[in-house]
Design a protein around this ligand. Sequence first.
Ligand SMILES: N[C@@H](CCC(=O)N[C@@H](CS)C(=O)NCC(=O)O)C(=O)O
Length: 208
Amino acid sequence: MVFHNLLVQRVLTTLKEKGLEHELIVVDLSKGEHKSPSFLEKQPFGVIPVLDDDGFLIYESRAICRYLEAKHKGQGTELIPSDLKALGLFEQGASIETAYFDPNAAGLAFEKLFKGLFGWGTTDDARVKQLTDKLNQHLDAYEKILSKQEFIGGNQFTLADLYHLPYGSLLFAPPVGLGNLITDRPHVKAWWEKISSRPSWKAVSGQN
Ligand SMILES: N[C@@H](CCC(=O)N[C@@H](CS)C(=O)NCC(=O)O)C(=O)O
């Protein structure tokens, strides 16, 4: 897994689900290319990914995925439902990922993996405990939700599930070593196995 391309993987998985051709232009973070004036013109926050769709530029990985789904509705997997109530549940699931999963899973990846990998300092054990406790608490809610519906945004696979894949996978990476937070909960485990075994994600994360 190329750790620093995590959120690029979110977009690549969406492209695969939609069956869309693309060209991947690698921005070398180790050389600081993402902070160069020309890149900052495209992405003022200096982070990847950015999508250039025939000159139309859009950044923020989740927004890019939504844009691709809206533009190519009717092609490949439907990643956002159109039925009003299904759409409501999708929005709820997408918000759950951003509010309750991402900050804790990403925080744990930062503390337990990225700090060591990129020389950003030493792991703060108190912070790890705080993030692990929060994620445990939130995954208890996931367990309840997923005992009543198949996916986090309703009963079909959507972007709300797909958004979890990069940081969810990192929980299993040896330096993080917290895959048990997922596998200890039967419904969360079944959901995770379903979403992480999609051919799109397997291809993008190099598990094939
Ligand atoms: N909210 C942004 C986050 C993007 C992000 O943090 N990208 C990381 C790579 S996965 C990055 O470019 N980090 C470089 C840095 O922070 O300097 C998104 O979803 O696109």
